[in-house]
Design a protein around this ligand. Structure first.
Ligand code: PLP
Length: 382
């Protein structure tokens, strides 16, 4: 049997990893400045994480949501402390798309409305509603096409206000990333997020903050949306939450009405998933990784801003992007094949840096040096 051919992949098989280093089956070492797509939050094989998961597996790995799972309660307390959303309620599931799907559905249950507002360049996942609010028609099959979704220009307060004036009483929810990831590292402006909050309050719509990629401390805030000093009604989370173990969830504000049976999942919140999520929060706290993400992110941004060939350097914390210079369109491939550094990409030709929150200055300098070398090689060949 062959694998369904849906991914464009590098012919590299990673066999083991530690911190921000990876080794392939031939023993070659790589620097992971991609974090397996913003998933690796506390570094590969962190000893505390390995120990907590191993111990948990020795006790019990899974039981269904038909019984009390105290680890879920511990995780809720830990999340409340880490995020500051102490009054919110936690629902656990398995992936970012599923978290968004549940958030949009819950919003609609809550206010009985159907229309969803999403934004240009946004990405929210590939399940039915999540893909319908994602700004990429190629990802949506005819069966996913929803007439109730309105895609508005990102960071355009006037367009948003105008839309609410006309349709406000029909809008169930507004979903927005704090920093667009797949869209190329574009941050939602503070006034834009504040306008969403104000309009949702005014018209009874639910503000859904998709923090799947930009959350869990990556931006230096627990949720990237926190920079705007507004609270969303629902926060969705995934990627960094389990450091590679599939676990996702949403934090739901107390005024959102739920009844038993409204939401559910077989695997969500199982013992092993909770152990992974707890281990991540413990390490973030013990090693002060949010502060580290802030300062290391600022260091990278400062260094990249000084490279004249790089334009549009942007981002916050350890979620950074820049446009690849036209003179060196294959910069990402060069970094991988000549320097053995993994980075991320976004269309049209953006490099995304999404390393573990534990990334060191030495590792960062190695990346910066490689970028300099490639830019110099390219300009001396011209
Ligand atoms: N939301 C955002 C902002 C994402 O970046 C992603 C994945 O890249 C998703 C949702 C979907 O998450 P998942 O792939 O876990 O379903």
């Amino acid at each position: 049997m062959k694998l369904l051919d849906v991914y464009s992949i590098y012919d590299i098989a990673i066999e083991r990893a530690k911190g921000s280093l990876l080794w392939d089956e031939k023993g070659h070492q790589y620097l992971d400045y991609y974090g397996g797509h913003a998933v690796i939050s506390i570094g590969h094989g962190h000893p505390h994480y390995v120990q907590r998961l191993t111990e948990q597996l020795g006790k019990i790995g899974f039981y269904s949501n038909s019984v009390r799972i105290p680890l879920q309660e511990q995780l809720a307390v830990k999340l409340a402390n880490a995020s500051g959303k102490t009054e919110y309620h936690l629902f656990l599931c398995n992936s970012g798309a599923e978290a968004n799907e549940n958030a949009l559905k819950l919003a609609s249950f809550h206010n009985g409305r159907r229309r969803i507002v999403a934004f240009s360049n946004g990405f929210h996942g590939r399940t039915s509603l999540a893909v319908a609010v994602t700004d990429n028609p190629k990802l949506a099959a005819p069966v996913n096409q929803q007439s109730g979704v309105s895609l508005l220009p990102y960071n355009d307060i006037e367009a948003l206000e105008d839309f609410f004036r006309r349709m406000g009483n029909e809008i169930s929810s507004v979903i927005v990333e704090g920093i667009q990831g797949v869209g190329g590292i574009r941050e939602a402006s503070r006034p834009f997020l504040q306008a969403i909050r104000r309009l949702c309050d005014q018209y009874g719509a639910v503000f859904v903050a998709d923090t799947v990629q930009c959350g869990y401390g990556r931006s230096g805030h627990f949720f990237a949306h926190d920079q705007a000093a507004v609270e969303a009604d629902i926060y969705t989370m995934a990627k960094g939450m389990g450091n590679g173990f599939p676990v996702a969830g949403m934090l739901v504000a107390p005024h959102i009405h739920v009844t038993k049976g409204m939401l559910g999942t077989t695997f969500g919140g199982n013992h092993l998933a909770c152990a992974a999520a707890l281990a991540v929060l413990e390490v973030i706290e013990q090693e002060q990784l949010m502060n580290h993400a802030s300062s290391m992110g600022q260091y990278i941004l400062d260094q990249l801003h000084q490279v004249p060939a790089l334009t549009q350097v942007r981002g916050r914390g350890l979620m950074i992007g820049f446009d690849v210079p036209g003179s060196i369109p294959d910069l990402r491939e060069r970094l991988l094949h000549r320097h053995r550094i993994f980075t991320g990409s976004a269309n049209p030709n953006v490099i995304r840096l999404l390393p573990s929150l534990t990334i060191s200055k030495e590792e960062t300098d190695y990346l910066l040096e490689a970028i300099h070398t490639e830019l110099e090689t390219c300009s001396s060949n011209q």
